[in-house]
Design a protein around this ligand. Structure first.
Ligand code: SF4
Length: 209
């Protein structure tokens, strides 16, 4: 008998999507364990740990149960870095149950999955991303750290189609980071960069996970 495909999971929970263009939408989150980057500013360091073993059927069962109490159209696969693991089977099962699926990735790994939405967030120092995301990403999220240079924003804006928004997301909603985000936005406007905006982590303001 074939063994079920096992996923390492940190947590599964209902909340609102606090980040990006899908902000405010009820969403069921599946946080996959492990990350191939260890960013100093990471606010989900607990997801670097190994996590708990779940078969994709067990994940689906939990999601369906949760959805009875918290009806949500969307499921978000996040981490850590979710694409370190093979999510194809899980995504297909979620789609079969008519969920819309979002993946939040640092973009160092690309997997062609039948998802509805890739949110990519390339990380310092190189802000590297796999080229497939040039066409696939629905949004590009840039964390406004102290080290973020305007040249990075300029480069990403040039490399991504104009229809793909660039979001400047302050690091953990800190004041210095918000000030830097607005400063960089002004700079971008002066340089005539299109489709760029500041953002915020809404779930932290509401005190949600
Ligand atoms: S890529 Fe994301 S999850 Fe991984 S360490 Fe950096 S901020 Fe944390």
């Amino acid at each position: 008998m074939p063994q079920p495909h096992i996923l390492k999971i940190t947590e599964i929970f209902p909340s609102i999507q606090g980040e990006g263009l899908r902000q405010g939408k009820p969403t069921l989150f599946i946080r996959l364990s492990g990350c191939n980057l260890h960013c100093s500013f990471c606010d989900t360091k607990y997801a670097w740990e190994e996590g708990i073993d779940y078969s994709s059927d067990k994940v689906l069962e939990k999601i369906i149960k949760m959805n009875h109490h918290f009806p949500a159209e969307w499921v978000c696969l996040t981490g850590g870095e979710p694409l370190l693991q093979d999510l194809e089977e899980l995504v297909r099962k979620l789609k079969k149950e008519k969920f819309k699926v979002q993946v939040e990735t640092n973009a160092t790994i690309f997997r062609a999955l039948p998802v509805d939405w890739y949110t990519i967030s390339p990380k310092p120092k190189k802000y590297f991303y796999q080229p497939e995301y040039g066409k696939k990403a629905k949004e590009v999220k840039i964390i406004v750290t102290k080290e973020l240079d305007f040249e990075v924003i300029q480069r990403l804006r040039e490399e991504y189609p104009e229809k793909t928004p660039l979001l400047l997301q302050p690091q953990s909603n800190r004041k210095w980071s918000m000030n830097l985000a607005t400063k960089l936005l002004r700079q971008a406007l002066k340089a005539n960069l299109k489709n760029i905006r500041v953002s915020i982590q809404l779930h932290k303001i509401y005190g949600l996970r």
